[in-house]
Write a protein that binds this ligand. Structure first.
Ligand code: FAD
Ligand code: SF4
Length: 464
């Protein structure tokens, strides 16, 4: 008989008044007893609806049983059969819209805390270096180049390597992990976790070349000329979008991408780092997604006295994960909803002094299914601030488009692929993740990387 408690076993967290002043992880993770108590809430449903909600099809009830029985390494192995980065996904996946949304326990009460348990099993395996024996992989002698070391590139590389192919990942930055290291902050995803997950791939034999911008250091044509037989593009969507309103060139305006890269990758929060970042006291963050929540919570931890999130729709339409909104509210971030900037104001030194906004109302639903924001004529507000962070979206960097004429890109600058295979318009070149979809999620990027790996494997087999 399963544990019939209606609510999830509580996740231990740092208290808001403490964590708002540090960059350490907010949620500290289950003990083994808490994990077993939570895993025992699973009903082991025969039709496994939760698995259908997982974009990579993790065998959820099967790994939960292993946790209940105390076989944590086995649980981690089951997850790793389909998920290359489980300690990451357990922390950042929007489970409330995926596996947990379909969990039967959610009908009368809260769903099983699948994400928390995935994190628990993956962390346990990392801490104990305790995964089941892996048989030596037979080498195929085929060479594949992967562009970008974000979740798409890493999952593609891991899957191809486990099929026996020789894989080299080329990364533009000096650190591996894509958004996982340059975007998502330490307090949500410790970089040590990413490093260990990457090390696991290196141990499997994946080669990684950092500080190498494909399109500059080498083109895709040159990769083929070097002897790579297939290429996977997983270069993400790192080019920030601005609103094109007056004042965006004032001192104190950042794209979220730049602000987070300076804070996380360049460690501006660490006193020992030389990375310059404005010591802003009153910060406005424009946007409503995970990126906006991360920028706001970083600004707070960097010493801002007030941080206000300005979003043009209402709280219900905000795309950020529920947990991140909740944590941001607990930490004292203010939310100014139904508000859309029209101009950033500056003083006579060209520094930001405020932001003038239109008030909005919600109209009919648009193509995304969310109600369209409409300007309320004559209603405006001005918020005093010394820093504005724009977190309204991003698109793929045009470099690969400009240097690879025979790969087709769409009008949004995304690589065009066959959805089921990741095949681009050029033979032997595949793509997936944000480079194809525009800014999306870690697990969708990983799923696309995995799918492409299977197709690349078939493609390479046909070559012989
Ligand atoms: P990326 O992670 O962007 O990786 C692409 C990599 O390619 C980068 O390292 C880049 O440097 C490299 N690259 C680019 N061009 C080249 C080139 N020419 N040559 C070599 N290398 C190149 N998703 C969630 O599911 N949950 C969250 O909580 C969440 N929070 C987020 C918070 C922030 C701040 C951001 C920015 C995104 C967040 N996302 C979240 C979205 C998620 O991180 C992305 O959807 C995901 O990382 C996309 O993976 P990717 O591998 O396609 O691209
Ligand atoms: Fe367990 Fe929920 Fe999946 Fe059913 S739907 S098997 S209760 S996790």
């Amino acid at each position: 008989m399963a544990n019939m408690q209606a609510h999830k076993t509580e996740m231990p967290v740092q208290p808001p008044e403490v964590r708002r002043a540090n960059f350490e992880e907010v949620a500290t993770g289950y003990t083994i007893e808490q994990a077993q108590q939570e895993a025992d809430r699973c009903l082991r449903c025969k039709h496994r609806p939760c698995v259908n909600g997982c974009p990579v099809g993790v065998a959820i009830p099967e790994f939960l049983v292993q946790i209940v029985e105390g076989n944590i390494a086995k649980a981690a192995d089951i997850i790793q059969q389909t998920n290359t980065l489980p300690a990451v996904c357990g922390r950042v996946c929007p489970q409330e819209n995926q596996c947990e949304k379909l969990c039967v326990r959610g009908i009368k009460g809260e769903p099983v805390g699948i994400g928390r348990l995935e994190r628990f099993a993956a962390d346990y395996a990392l801490q104990h270096h305790d995964t089941a024996d892996k048989a030596a992989i037979p080498e195929t002698g085929r060479r594949v180049a992967v562009i970008g070391s974000g979740p798409a590139g890493l999952s593609c590389a891991g899957a191809l390597r486990s099929m026996g192919h020789s894989v080299t990942v080329f990364e533009a930055f000096h650190k591996v992990g894509g958004v996982l290291v340059y975007g998502i902050p330490e307090f949500r995803l410790p970089k040590e976790i990413v490093r260990q997950e990457v090390q696991h791939l290196v141990d499997m034999g994946v080669a990684i070349v950092t500080n190498c911008v494909i399109g500059r250091a080498m083109t895709i044509d040159e990769l083929f000329a070097e002897g790579y037989e297939a290429v996977f593009i997983g270069s993400g969507a790192g080019l920030p979008t601005f609103m094109q309103i007056p004042g965006e060139n004032l001192n104190g305006v950042y794209s979220a991408n730049e602000f987070l890269t300076r804070t996380n990758l360049m460690r501006a929060y660490d006193n020992r780092s030389d990375t310059p970042l404005l010591g802003a006291k009153r910060v406005v963050v424009v946007g409503g997604g995970n990126v906006a929540m991360d920028a706001a919570r970083c600004a707070l931890r960097l010493g801002a006295e007030t941080v206000t999130v300005v979003y043009r729709r209402s709280l219900d339409e905000m795309p950020a994960r529920e947990e991140e909104i909740h944590h941001a509210q607990e930490e004292g971030i203010q939310f100014q909803m139904l508000t859309n900037p029209r101009e950033i104001l500056g003083d006579d030194t060209f520094a930001v002094s405020g932001i003038a906004c239109d008030m909005m109302a919600l109209g009919e639903a648009d193509a995304s299914g969310r109600r369209r924001p409409i300007v309320v004529e004559g209603e405006t507000i001005t918020i005093d601030c010394d820093c504005v962070i724009m977190a309204i979206g991003s698109s793929p960097n045009p470099l690969l488009r400009m240097t690879t004429p025979d790969v087709a890109f769409n009008r949004r600058g995304c690589v065009e692929v066959a959805a089921e295979t990741g095949q681009t318009s050029r033979k032997g070149v595949f793509a997936g993740g944000d480079a194809v979809t525009g800014a999306a999620t870690v697990i969708l990027a990983m799923g696309a990387g995995r799918t492409a790996a299977q197709e690349i494997d078939q493609y390479l087999t046909k070559l012989s």
